[in-house]
Design a protein around this ligand. Structure first.
Ligand SMILES: Cc1cc2nc3c(=O)[nH]c(=O)nc-3n(C[C@H](O)[C@H](O)[C@H](O)COP(=O)(O)OP(=O)(O)OC[C@H]3O[C@@H](n4cnc5c(N)ncnc54)[C@H](O)[C@@H]3O)c2cc1C
Length: 517
């Protein structure tokens, strides 16, 4: 393939537009790759941009693999060349080009989405084997409709692939109880950077298993994941309660996530919003139903520029009576110190609750902001420093909003497996913070640049002040920054790279290692 595509593409680079859409079927056959290979404009259309919309690259080719053998074939072809890289691309929902490969091969993992779907039962409980390229949304729908079962830990938005979120962590409102998605898989099939196809788990090839989980695509390409399941509830009571004081918000949130399993809500998240009627970040964004109004006269005079909201959910069955559900909710909520009168709730089917962000996606697609850049910033901040973070970032830098949701909620370190590659702040409790910025379609370039600059300012402030933080979905350009990010885990990360991808072929878009010549 390299002998054929690389010289062709490089020689014709200036005329790349003229090969737009050309499919290299003959090449696939000569290389025994069964899947389709696309070059030129067709490859750039698929893999030249991501959801972040801030990076543009030209891949050499996009391969649509049929299965692990095609993936291993692409990796081995790259190994035979002296500069080629390979990026698995899930659904391309990264922000900073992490799934891109400038002049490299991009594997469009969505073509493998249907390769696995098998539910099984072990003494530890039910599981489903799914493809690395499957969308979580489809995993949810099939598990619930065909088996009445569901994975335990979710991201907020499900238009993401299994391999994409497992390469990071996969964090949502269930993670306080079950850990991130990486803590909810028991076995993987992986194609390493050596071109080997390996099955791994906690007991079989365990170093590879834990390397790949949260491994930023650096050690192998996940083709199959075994995901733990639980019985799916029928319904969810979805609740939002409002706070004016950050310390009361964090005290209640930490209390809720520290309760024993089954004695708390099934989902706990939180967000910050602007104390005003801004349609993007303010009061109107809090109620859960169009008939509910946010009544600002309920707020005390002392409330500041931003407010906080705990978002909670309780699972139940159709057979549970209303009064049983009410009692379970009141037992927990009665202990919380939110602003009286600022409580919103709706009941909805479990699947609709998990697909709630899809509605936001549809709206953003209609108003055009799904396509504009998304300079998002995601961090983990230690409990020790979250108060200072609130005072400087939420109350000052972001007090007028960030153009989209601002999430902040606590997680428990003990629910994460230290052997996985992801790095966390110190201490049992830490917070995930997400500034999910959307750029309006009519905005000037300067407003987008200001958002990027503000993200940098926040990260630099964290470093300067010695805030105990880690970027989630990290994005750094220099080796020094990566070394600082991994801290005392850097040498483990490097050792794993040496073992599983010594030529640094995989996921070049993370910009951690340079391709070895
Ligand atoms: C609207 C939206 C909402 C989000 N909500 C959440 C959330 O609630 N919680 C959360 O944790 N994250 C969330 N994310 C972030 C998301 O989890 C990551 O961006 C994730 O990487 C996206 O998955 P993807 O399939 O698009 O991966 P891509 O962006 O395609 O890839 C991400 C990285 O993983 C690698 N990769 C992809 N597939 C594989 C594979 N099969 N094997 C090995 N490596 C692979 C890529 O090379 C790349 O380095 C959200 C993102 C968006 C856009």
């Amino acid at each position: 393939m390299i002998a054929y595509i690389e010289p062709y593409f490089l020689d014709n680079d200036a005329d790349a537009a003229s090969v737009t859409g050309q499919s290299f079927d003959g090449v696939s056959e000569s290389l025994h790759i069964q899947g389709e290979i696309l070059c030129g404009g067709a490859a750039t259309d698929i893999a030249g941009k991501d959801f972040g919309g801030m990076n543009c690259v030209k891949p050499l080719a996009v391969v649509r693999p049929v299965g692990p053998e095609d993936i291993a074939g692409a990796v081995r072809a790259a190994l035979r060349s002296d500069k080629l890289t390979v990026a698995a691309r899930g659904n391309g929902h990264s922000i900073n080009g992490q799934a891109m490969a400038e002049r490299g091969l991009v594997l469009d993992m969505r073509s493998t989405a249907e390769n696995h779907f098998e539910v099984g039962y072990l003494p530890g409980g039910a599981f489903v084997d799914v493809s690395g390229g499957a969308l979580w949304e489809n995993v949810l729908k099939r598990c619930v409709s065909e088996y009445g079962l569901a994975p335990r830990s979710w991201t907020d938005y499900l238009g993401l692939t299994v391999g994409g979120t497992l390469s990071n962590a996969g964090v949502g409102g269930q993670a306080f109880r079950y850990g991130p998605q990486t803590s909810n898989v028991t076995e993987l099939d992986v194609v390493t950077g050596n071109g080997d196809v390996v099955t791994c788990s906690e007991v079989e090839n365990s170093e590879l298993f834990f390397s790949v989980l949260g491994g930023l695509g650096q050690f192998g390409i996940i083709t199959r994941a075994r995901v733990l399941l639980q019985p799916a509830p029928d319904m969810v009571r979805w609740i939002r309660i409002v706070y004016t004081e950050f310390d009361e918000f964090t005290r209640d949130a930490e209390w809720l996530v520290s309760q024993k399993d089954e004695s708390s809500f099934d989902y706990v998240e939180g967000f910050v919003f602007v104390n005003g009627d801004d349609p993007v970040n303010g009061w109107p964004t809090v109620p859960l139903h169009p008939d509910h109004d946010f009544d600002p006269t309920q707020l005390p005079q002392s409330s500041g520029s931003v407010l906080y909201c705990l978002e909670l959910a309780l699972h139940y069955r159709d057979s549970d009576s209303n009064s049983t559900v009410d009692k379970r909710v009141e037992r927990l909520i009665g202990r919380l110190r939110f602003v009286e009168g600022l409580r919103f709730e709706v009941d909805l089917p479990y699947v609709d609750f998990l697909l709630r962000v899809k509605r936001a996606e549809e709206i953003a697609k209609v108003n055009g902001t799904w396509e504009t850049p998304h300079p998002w910033l995601n961090l983990f901040v230690s409990k020790r420093d979250i108060g200072e973070f609130d005072r400087t970032v939420f109350k000052e830098l972001a007090k007028n909003g960030v153009g989209g949701p601002m999430l902040v909620y606590p997680l428990l370190r003990s629910r994460w497996d230290d052997r996985a590659s992801v790095v966390l702040p110190e201490g049992e409790i830490f917070y995930i913070v997400a500034l999910l910025r959307f750029v309006p379609t009519c905005a000037k370039t300067s407003s987008f640049e200001k958002m990027v600059a503000q993200n940098q300012e926040i990260v630099q402030w964290c470093v300067r002040k010695g805030i105990d933080f880690k970027l989630y979905l990290p994005h750094y350009k220099s080796r020094e920054e990566w070394i600082r990010h991994f801290g005392n885990r850097w040498s483990r990360f490097v050792d794993r790279k040496t073992m599983y991808d010594p030529m640094a072929i995989l996921s070049p878009g993370q910009k951690i290692f340079n391709r070895a010549p």
